[in-house]
Write a protein that binds this ligand. Structure first.
Ligand code: MN3
Length: 200
């Protein structure tokens, strides 16, 4: 398949002041577009052209670094835009129950995920995943994700935070912790809840 850049489901300014307009424009229109273009180049003429993006992630060890980095970049950012929203609502009852069971409270989840994001040295992602019916938090380097085998961060990702500097540097400079704190104001809980049900 030829991969394409998904449209943002909200205006580039919609996540202000938590994520600024210029960051959204460059992050979506330049960074994500480049992952899509370079993925299409990297898989041209190979059997990876026949795989869905999800199946490509699950079989990523068969492919080279260009497919891994750009395929991961495309998958991760597509998920990221979908789990953000200017009017996010609240977790569904069943997701809230699973959050309470795994982390004690919603604040417990925030603390654990922010810690994972803060401790990721250099570039990567912090994830909330469903693993054998339970919620877990973990993080991956670069554009890796929990669908890729053998990473020690395993499961179906239902929420993820990009902690590459390109995700926050214009607004937050070196203050990654402030960005991580702010992102909880723009979580699309309806979408995260939907992904939770689908992953069970
Ligand atoms: Mn990014």
């Amino acid at each position: 398949m030829t991969h394409t850049l998904p449209s943002l489901p909200y205006d580039v300014a919609a996540l202000e002041p938590h994520i600024d307009t210029t960051t959204m424009q460059i992050h979506h229109g330049k960074h994500h577009q480049a992952y899509v273009d370079n993925l299409n180049k990297a898989i041209a003429g190979t059997d990876a052209e026949n795989l869905s993006l999800e199946d490509l992630m699950k079989n990523i060890t068969k492919y080279d670094a260009a497919v891994r980095n750009n395929g991961g970049g495309h998958y991760n950012h597509s998920l990221f835009w979908s789990v953000l929203s200017p009017n996010g609502g609240a977790p569904s009852d069943s997701l809230m129950a699973a959050i309470n069971e795994a982390f004690g409270s919603l604040d417990g989840l925030k603390e654990k995920l922010n810690d994972a994001g803060a401790k990721r040295f250099g570039s990567g992602w912090a994830w909330l995943c469903v693993q054998n019916g339970k919620l877990v938090v973990c993080s991956t380097a670069n554009q890796d994700n929990p669908l890729m085998p053998d990473l020690g961060c395993v499961g179906t990702p239902i929420f993820g935070v990009d902690v590459w500097e390109h995700a926050y540097y214009l607004n937050y400079q070196n203050r990654r912790a402030d960005y991580l704190k702010a992102i909880w104001n723009v979580v699309n809980w309806a979408e995260v809840s939907k992904r939770f049900e689908a992953a069970l």
